[in-house]
Structure formats: C-alpha cells, structure tokens
Design a binder for this molecule. Sequence first.
Ligand SMILES: C[C@H](O)[C@H](O)CC(=O)C(=O)O
Ligand code: MG
Length: 405
Amino acid sequence: MSLPNIKAVRAFFMGGATADKGKGKGKGGADYHDQGSKHWIDDHIATPMSKYKAYEQSRQSFGINVLGTLVVEVEADNGVKGFAVSTGGEMGCFIVEKHLNRFIEGKSVSDIKLIHDQMIGGTMYYAGSGGLVMNTISCVDLALWDLFGKVVGLPVYRLLGGAVRDELQFYATGARPDLAKGFGFIGGKMPTHWGPHDGDAGIRKDAAMVADMREKCGPDFWLMLDCWMSQDVNYATKLAHACAPYNLKWIEECLPPQQYAGYAELKRSVPPGMLVTTGEHHGTLQSFQTLSETGVDIMQPDVGWCGGLTTLVEIAAIAKARGQLVVPHGSSVYSHHAVITFTNSPFSEFLMTSPDCATLRPQFDPILVGEPVPEGGRIHKSVLDKPGFGVELNPACEMKRPYTH
Ligand SMILES: C[C@H](O)[C@H](O)CC(=O)C(=O)O
Ligand SMILES: [Mg+2]
C-alpha cells in the first residue's frame, strides 16, 4: 500500500516568557502551569524552590511557565496535516526547525519509529535524559502519530492495537478532591504546600489537609499527595506515616527525578499498602528502566515529555514485565489513546485547570478543539473514535513561527 511522504514540518509557539515581552502569562495551552492569578495550581505549592522565601508563594515567580506551548505541525504531500502540542515554546521551535526537520521531511508518514530513533540518536549529545529536548522530540513524535492516523483515517489507539477496555476512568488532580468526588472521579490528588524547610510543622499542616479531605470525602474515595520534587527521604517518610491514618493511597514525586536510590529507600520506608509513584519529569527509556528497578509502584511518564508515544509504549512494556502500573501524567488525548490500549493502566489522571476546581475545563484549553473532558469521571472509547488524536488546533489561538528552514 502506498502512503504519502511528509512534505513539511513546522513549529509554532504560544505563551511563555518570550511572547509579548513576558505577557504570555495566563495563556494556558500545553504549558498548563501558565494560568492566570488566583489559580489553585500556583498557590503556595511546595517545590525545590520553596526554601527561598521569594519563590515560596508562586511557582510562576521562579519561572514554571517560561517555556510556553510548543505546536508541531507535519504535512503530508497529499495535503493532510497532523499536529501535536507540548511544553517547549520558542526554544522547542528552534530544535524542530533547525535540527529535527532533517529526520522528518521526505520520509513516509508511517516511518515513525525510524524518525523517532534518529531524533533520539541525533540529539543524544545535548538532550540529556529529560527536559526541553525530550519535550520537543515527544511533540514531533505525537504529531507524526496524529498525521499517520489522519492519513489512514483511524484513531491512534487503533493503530496501537486497539482498546483493552471500553472506557477510561479518572482520578482528578487539584486542590478540591471533595468537588472531584461530586464529578464522579475515583480519587483526588492534592499538591503539598509545605516542605523540609518547614520542618515537622509542615508535615502536620499537609497531614491536616489530608485529614480534612478524608472527613469530607468519606472512607473509600482515593486521596493522594503530589510533592513535586520538593522533599528528601526523611521528610517524605515522616509525611507518609503522618498520612497513613487517613488512608493516603499514594505519595507522588517526593524527590528529584535522578534520586533513584532515594526512591528505592522511600519505597522500603512508607507504611505498608501506601504506594510510591513518580516519573513525570523523567525522559528516555533508560531512565524508566532504572526507575522501574527502584520498585516504585506506579510509573507516571508524561507522553508529551518522556520521548513521545513511541517511548511511552516501550515504558509500559517495561512496567508490565515487572507487574508495575503505568499511569501517565495527565496529558489529555495523547495519554487517552495510549492508556486505553495498556493492560497495566487501569485508570488515568485528569488534571484540573479550572482556577477553583469547581468546573471541568479541558487540560490544554484553549489550544485544542474537540478536547474531551470526563463525564461522570469516565471517557468512553467511542469518544476517541476520530482519526489521529481526534482534535484540531484552535484557530483563535495566536501562535508565532519564529524560525523557518
Ligand atoms: C499539582 C502538581 O504540582 C503539578 O502541577 C501537576 C502534577 O505534578 C501532576 O498532575 O501530577
Ligand atoms: Mg505529579
């Protein structure tokens, strides 16, 4: 069967620090930390920077939203276009237009694995094991899957081998698990607000937040804590034990990504039955192999950051071989199409981007048209039955193309 070749790749950005001299704040999109003021996602959340008073209250103060949204568009020579979004902004545009383009243009729309391998190999001397370059490669990889699906008229999940369940069920990440319960989610994951520099008082305050939510949500609703790399093993262990009476289901990303030995130690130290999870800031297959060996219970790659869908499928296989779960960091449709095909992903994350968690707003709002939100905490596979990832770029979003080739 003859398939078209890829005629062009183009990269655009929206928001981030270089847009409108820094007025990109609050644009939303794939850089979902780029929200307006008075948003739960920027309200005194514990981070590796919280120990500095100046950066304690707001993650935007240290630049969590400087990158902005990267949009990669690939066009086949029959005129069909695919695209994807991730976090990477203007710097990602340079990498796509000035480096990765050579691996993409002229190849068949079905050459995804070849292009992926060449992008990984060709950037190995400066990519590291996660971060901007890997976000950019992921975005190209997702755009290629979208294009392939749109050319052959099939949803990506069918290209991956088809669904293993009829619907996805979600937990919600946000400040209000009690509201999430009302929306039909199976659990709620809250950010921690305090860290090691706050000492035992910090542990008491975050444990009190869990206790309060347990009271509001009843005994069976899942409650989890997301620590966003802000802790050390001793603090995380003490917090885990302080939250055990409130049946905390898991404690997430307590340590910086590279602290593999720390994760192994933490896994041995948490109360029996409490899960240890992490992975959203890891990139490359090798990182996940090492992470898997620490024995964490759930690996949480972000498909827009870990190396793309091509890498995520490989990570899921590593996890499956050890009997580990893989529950991707919320990345909307890009995650849905993968998760519905994985036997070791029994549930998914929905990241709340409404400022007060009182309404359901699509995670990447406003950049995608047709981005689904869970209904009753679920998305049926039929919702995904559109070519590619089933979404289009929102023409109302102002995007810039800073480089060409
Ligand atoms: C809430 C967390 O700090 C972060 O913004 C999102 C995240 O890590 C997650 O959804 O997981
Ligand atoms: Mg997280």
